[in-house]
Design a protein around this ligand. Structure first.
Ligand SMILES: Nc1ncnc2c1ncn2[C@@H]1O[C@H](COP(=O)(O)OP(=O)(O)OP(=O)(O)O)[C@@H](O)[C@H]1O
Length: 246
């Protein structure tokens, strides 16, 4: 199995009113190609900060992380070529249509001109957004905006895909459809995803990493975690139990 990330970044600090808040510390985590790794944790556990570090939005105070062998502190340009990000808040342009967004990101991701339209249509059809192709992003519903943000993360054959609560705000049918698509898209990709939905972690996660107060407390497959915490393999309250445990 190909190792994609070796990350180790203690700590990430924020200065708030002359006090220092440590958001992430002592986090060592490997992610693997062909797998979805889920980051699970309470609000404020440090999940989004971790994703921000890996995607180059903020620098760790110390420590190191590698994406495809590239160092995040020195080689972000190379990393960005194969990185797709779906942030927690949709970063869309109000007055660009859905198609224009995809055209824009196709150019950024280096998709050849003659393939851009085919790629855009394929993604819109896959994520059931064809009817909205000419709609301004500001006119989309919350769930549709999330779908567009996921497409933007995947477009251009991104090999490393970081998704921060991708299904938040989606109706149950859309969530379920998105799970199936992500299961399909994980082939040949390394996906890191945060969620608060236990069923989502259970369904999608090849490995589940649980963060508490900025540190990694445990990581493993759903079956492994259920075994060590002595919960029935069919019990979806497992992660609530595990989070409460910490
Ligand atoms: N820019 C910032 N300035 C100051 N503190 C910050 C900043 N960003 C995050 N923090 C703090 O760092 C900690 C971790 O935040 P983070 O957003 O990574 O948590 P999270 O696990 O993603 O939470 P949630 O599930 O609510 O999205 C929190 O205590 C938060 O208040």
């Amino acid at each position: 199995m190909k190792l994609i990330f070796v990350s180790f970044f203690p700590p990430q600090e924020f200065r708030v009113k002359n006090t220092t808040k440590i958001a992430v510390k002592d986090l060592t985590l490997n992610l693997y190609e062909g797998q979805i790794t889920i980051l699970l944790g309470h609000n404020g556990a440090g999940k989004s900060t971790t994703l921000s570090i890996l995607s180059g939005l903020c620098l760790p105070t110390s420590g190191e992380a590698y994406v495809n062998g590239y160092d995040i502190s020195k080689q972000m340009v190379q990393i960005r070529k194969s990185l797709g990000l779906c942030p927690q808040q949709d970063l869309l342009f109000n007055y660009l249509t859905v198609s224009e967004h995809l055209y824009f990101y196709s150019v950024i991701k280096g998709i050849p001109r003659k393939m851009r339209l085919t790629e855009t249509n394929k993604m819109l059809s896959t994520f059931n957004l064809l009817k909205k192709r000419n709609a301004f992003s500001m006119s989309l519903s919350g769930g549709m905006k999330r779908r567009l943000s996921i497409i933007i993360a995947l477009i251009g054959d991104s090999k490393v895909v970081i998704l921060d609560e991708p299904t938040s705000g989606m109706d149950p049918a859309s969530r379920r459809a998105t799970w199936d698509l992500l299961q399909h898209y994980k082939q040949g990709r390394t996906i890191l995803l945060t969620t608060h939905y236990m069923d989502e972690a259970d369904f999608l996660g090849d490995r589940i990493a649980i963060m508490v107060e900025g540190s990694l407390r445990c990581c493993g497959s759903s079956v492994f975690l259920k075994k060590i915490y002595g919960v029935s393999p069919f019990d979806h309250s497992l992660y609530i139990d595990v989070l409460t445990f910490f």
